[in-house]
Design a protein around this ligand. Structure first.
Ligand code: ADP
Ligand code: MG
Length: 273
């Protein structure tokens, strides 16, 4: 692995929202690729039993012999689980459907919420600048493992009617994890996804969300763009599939804004809301 001389720890961000279909996986893959395009060494960890991030990056079943399940359950070492992708500087720990039984298998284990954090205590982590955790659509033990291991939470939010209700529940959970087990956890930001400029409801919800959550909401919005939904079937990020699409440009812009918030190439920002 490159970067052996680098002794800093990476920033670990959980991409979380208990609602399904809001753009978590799309954001994990494409924000990850955009950060890598800007020079960051990025590791994605697929924490969803559906394994959509793994499939979307072209990691087929035969390459998943060591997966995020093995990190959590068998204490396999991190390097054995890391797979390169077709995108420079972008690697992934893939997921398999085995992950769906983790909640049951770990019930009653005292260290059950700290399994991922423990697995990331590995020298190999220093080969990366940013780690993105693609969480499942639930506030289950897998997501809690993500929140315990992370420095920040990034929340994709679809502009629809009940958007704010779901987010307050998620931010409560973030607060609980911060109070009980991970004091360094911040809400890194909320990103509006599948944004449709021609839809009045989108504008209304956006106004509401920005009024309520203020600077927590990224300035960059991710438009609805069919290229973003097509790219996964080709096993590549949209930056390879269609680099000039509105989706590509938006994720590059989001990557720039995130780097600024992280104090990597701009003013540092992050909020403990
Ligand atoms: P989640 O991981 O939160 O369940 P996904 O990222 O898998 O959500 O997105 C749900 C569906 O919406 C997928 O089919 C994905 O391709 C599509 N999608 C996500 N973001 C966009 C977008 N900005 N424009 C168009 N389609 C999108
Ligand atoms: Mg997903």
């Amino acid at each position: 692995m490159s970067g052996v001389s680098d002794t800093r720890s990476p920033r670990i961000l959980a991409i979380a929202n208990q609602k399904g279909g809001v753009g978590k996986t799309t954001t994990t893959i494409n924000l990850g690729a955009a950060l890598a395009a800007l020079g960051e060494r990025v590791l994605l960890i697929d924490m969803d039993p559906q394994g959509n991030a793994s499939t979307g990056l072209g990691i087929d079943r035969s390459q998943r012999d060591v997966s995020s399940y093995d990190l959590l359950m068998r204490q396999d070492d991190l390097p054995s689980a890391i797979r390169p992708t077709r995108f420079d500087r972008l690697s992934i720990v893939p997921a398999t459907s085995d992950l769906s039984s983790v909640d049951i298998e770990l019930a009653g284990e005292r260290d059950r919420i700290g399994r991922l954090q423990a697995a990331l205590h590995d020298d190999a982590i220093r080969g990366f600048d940013i780690v993105l955790l693609d969480c499942p659509p639930s506030l289950n033990l897998l997501t809690v493992n993500g929140l315990v291991a992370a420095d920040g939470v990034l929340v994709p939010l679809q502009c629809e009617f009940f958007a704010l209700e779901g987010i307050s529940q998620l931010l409560r959970s973030v607060g609980e994890v911060r109070a009980s087990s991970n004091p360094r956890l911040v809400t890194q930001g909320i990103v509006l996804t599948m944004y449709d400029q021609r839809n009045n409801l989108t504008a209304d919800v956006e106004n509401d969300v920005r009024e309520t959550l203020g600077d927590l909401v990224f300035r960059t919005v991710i438009p609805r763009n069919v290229r973003l939904s097509e790219a996964p079937s080709h096993g590549v990020p949209v930056l390879i599939y269609d680099p000039r699409s509105s989706g590509s440009l938006a994720y590059i812009e989001l990557a720039r804004e995130l780097r600024q918030r992280l104090g990597r190439g701009g003013s540092a920002k992050g909020d403990r809301a």
